[in-house]
Ligand binder design. Structure first.
Ligand code: NAD
Ligand code: IPM
Ligand code: MN
Length: 373
């Protein structure tokens, strides 16, 4: 039996709709397995700016700091034209949580449901055997640039007359590379698999350093086969031969882009969960932030049509990584697979003769399946 404290930050757009389903699944796990989860809620993003004047308040941040895990929905953006004004920006909530809690490793598993490969626009024969996991570096790189820069600050464009210039810096220290690469090797060793390190070493100095660190760390993991791959070739390979990949480690921006691409192997960006982890431990695992990889999806918000599976699978990762509840995590993942297998889909997945259901019904069906004896 586990006693844990979870802070839920639903955020904007479809964030509250999908986190509501993930939270209900966590409550079902509590009931089914006799755990007690104390849940706090807080505002982030546009919702927090509107109510509290900042993207994340000190109170909300402190509530997160005193939790075992954070379940995050999504944040939106300021309307175009309003994001250069110097005021608070929704993304600051994410950057602050990631940076101050030291979440340097962002795990993004991609596992299409085998019996239902037709949920994806790719031909089923391309997907056979696909089961991969990205380890995206999350707290450095182009998102943070020089150490003195404030992540999430208004963009800096220097203008002189009709001319203008803007600069972003891709900076990595060997320490920042090593810790995330080590995490990836650990995962690859556990899976008995191989590691692909993705970079742009034919152009970028930070990638040349990245390769050097990977080669050094690899000596500590003799059972893991590893390879280097250029990011453009990886983008192509993910569609041509997704089953060739196992664990992929890469820098922040490459990981952001490649995982949105890879989400389509499962059929939708709404399917992919993530876990952001660092050094801090909880009683039974790692302190972490869990969120679907998608954003606030303003085009479909409020319609009960968002796919809640990425959020529900994020709750499963929370159970596994922060609370050490492995059996419960696998049961949630199995319930999701079963509901997809039974032929239920939200509208974002290729319909293929299946029954299209809404966000709430999908959540309810996952809970019902989980609770079935
Ligand atoms: P998005 O992920 O919100 O949406 C991209 C497309 O995918 C849209 O067509 C959307 O309807 C669809 N989609 C996304 N989630 C879905 C779901 N659960 N079910 C079904 N369809 C889904 O990306 P975007 O449109 O580029 O960005 C919208 C906002 O979200 C921006 O403000 C962006 O900054 C923000 N964003 C936030 C996060 C985060 O909070 N971690 C992540 C990505 C984007
Ligand atoms: C993600 C998002 C964020 C990122 C945005 C909202 C800053 O796209 O979590 O994948 O780029 O990291
Ligand atoms: Mn992204």
């Amino acid at each position: 039996m586990s006693d844990a404290t979870i802070t839920v930050l639903p955020g904007d757009g479809v964030g509250p709709e999908v986190t509501a389903q993930a939270l209900q699944v966590l409550h079902a796990v509590e009931e089914l397995y006799g755990h007690t989860f104390t849940v706090h809620q807080g505002l982030v993003g546009l919702a927090a700016i509107a109510a509290e004047g900042v993207a994340i308040s000190e109170t909300t941040f402190e509530t997160c700091a005193h939790s075992d895990a954070i379940l995050f929905g999504a944040i939106g953006s300021l309307p175009a034209g309003k994001n250069h004004s110097g005021g608070p920006r929704p993304e600051q909530a994410l950057f602050r949580l990631r940076k101050e809690f030291g979440f340097f490793a962002n795990l993004r598993p991609v596992r299409p449901v085998e019996s239902r490969y037709d949920a994806s626009p790719l031909k089923p024969e391309y997907l056979k055997g696909t089961d991969l996991i990205f380890v995206r570096e999350l707290s450095a790189g182009l998102y943070y640039g020089h150490l003195e820069s404030v992540p999430g600050k208004p963009s800096e464009i220097r203008r002189t007359g009709d001319e203008a210039e803007a600069i972003d810096t891709l900076l990595y220290t060997s320490h920042e590379i090593e810790r995330v690469v080590r995490t990836a090797f650990e995962i690859a060793a556990d899976r008995g698999g191989k590691l692909t390190s993705v970079d742009k070493a034919n152009v970028l100095s930070s990638s040349v350093l990245w390769r050097e660190v990977v080669a050094r760390v690899a000596r500590d993991y003799p059972t893991v086969t590893y390879e280097h791959m250029l990011v453009d070739a990886c983008a192509m390979g993910l569609i041509r031969n997704p089953a060739d990949f196992d664990v992929i480690v890469t820098e922040n921006l490459f990981g952001d882009i490649l995982t949105d691409e890879a989400s389509m192997l499962t059929g939708s960006i709404g399917m992919l969960p993530s876990a952001s982890l660092g050094q801090r431990r909880t009683e039974s695992g790692s302190f972490g932030l869990y969120e679907p990889i998608h954003g606030s999806a303003p085009d479909i918000a409020g319609q009960d049509s968002a796919n809640p599976i990425g959020a529900v699978l994020s709750a499963a990762l929370l159970l596994r990584h922060s609370l050490g509840l492995h059996r419960e995590a696998s049961a949630v993942e199995k319930a999701v697979e079963d509901v997809i297998h039974q032929g239920y889909r939200t509208v974002d997945l290729h319909e293929g003769g299946c029954t299209v259901i809404g966000t709430q019904e999908m959540g309810q069906r996952i809970r019902d399946t989980l609770m079935q004896p």
